[in-house]
Design a protein around this ligand. Sequence first.
Ligand code: F6P
Length: 511
Amino acid sequence: MNPADLPEWHALAQRRRALEPIRIADLFDDDPRRAERFSLEAAGIRADLSRNRIDDGTLRALIDLARASRLERQRDDLLGGAVVNTTEARPAWHTALRADPSNPSIDPLRAGGIFAERERFLGFAEQVRARAVTGAGGAPIDTVVCIGIGGSDLGPRLVTEALGATAGPRVRFVANLDPAELDATLAGANPRTTLLLAISKSFTTLETLENLRAAVRWLQQRAPELEPTRHLAAVTSQPQKAVGEGVDPQRIFTFPEWVGGRFSLWSACGLPIAIAHGRLAFRELLAGASAMDAHFAHAPLSENLPVLLAMLGVWYSNFWGARSRAVVPYSQRLARLPAWLQQLEMESLGKRVDRDGAALAIETAPVVWGEVGTNAQHSVFQFLHQGTSWVPLDILLVAENETSGEPRLELLNRFALAQADALAWGDSLLGEAELAPYRAAPGNRPSTLIRIERLDARSVGALLALYEHRTFVQAAVWGINAFDQWGVEIGKELLARRQSQGRLQGRGDAG
Ligand code: F6P
């Protein structure tokens, strides 16, 4: 069904026309309690939606559209482990990965041994942290080089960095096929105390296999007396393939086929997080995500944070023609959030046909981009304030900065708020009578403030789960499958064919 045929879609088109002449500033003038009324909290995350181009009627109409798209049934299917990834005939049950084993809604048999495997990989992480895992020469492992790409890299890398510096083992990441990344990571590393951890669901991803083999060669060249097996571990859904690369089965940690790459950090793919920050932090991460899952499952749609954020996305993409959206975290430790979100949203929502294979008559995924604040203020904010088109923005900040006693952290948050206000009200806030055109900033540019109480494992878990569900809700409304990514297969297949023909050059070169 084409969502644009729904009466609820037409109602929103009308609301857009009605809101067109109304400025965000007018909405605040008309309602002194707007900031409070358009703010809500879920699983420790507080979102202020008041600087958006919405009013009460618009929110109601957006929720009507969500309901008309049978969102609640689709959500229950997702959370219940039904086959929601239809082109690959499997569930997308990442919420089970973060559930407590006592959760009655997760049948452990259907969930395929995830709880036992969780204990196994967390136990291994603790052994590494306790320096009980040794290399072939008997020296304890102190450096873990994680080799994976896409979902097997972005999530684990983001969370490992987001949780801050650690006294535990050094955990490094390598994704790119360009040798520069592996070379830089291995420079100065001691092969006798280094563990190479390959993370790949399929264990056929060319970049990961080539980097793994190159790292093993480095090990053999630098310490020929070492038996490489003692320096290898793997996370995969295809353990036999990892064995084929020389990994000891005892050091292979698995997860079910139904875990999508971009949703896999909650599985054994999160091993780097647990090695860097410990078993307890990993459990907290899961608990935070689980709290967001419970909110998503039970809160009424009109008070459901992932639903409201998703419907704002639909509002701007489909009714205001916004073809991109930006995210600016005011936290260096969240610097990798935009890259993680790009895969999450653009791999999940970058689709041109609906679940039945019919061409879509509406726009889907906007381009997602972003940069950490305050750096972004000295690069992209010029465009955001004075460009000819506007881009809806998520501004993230860490609330406890405000009482940290560290002036730079306090300033960071003040900057974030000042930018949100400048986007909404523009130069009128300066109170100057007449500005030269080149100085004028029109304002009326929407942003959503997302406040995390503190940047700990629980909040990071809740934040990432919030974005996962936001993405799912948009897919549900647009009628698309959020869990496949056939578009990325074409390039892989083409390369495989050309390689088998012994032709690695581009089409022109090959003649
Ligand atoms: O090419 C895209 C992709 O399939 C992603 O979806 C996935 O996260 C990534 O490749 C890595 O795949 P794997 O974990 O199988 O190595």
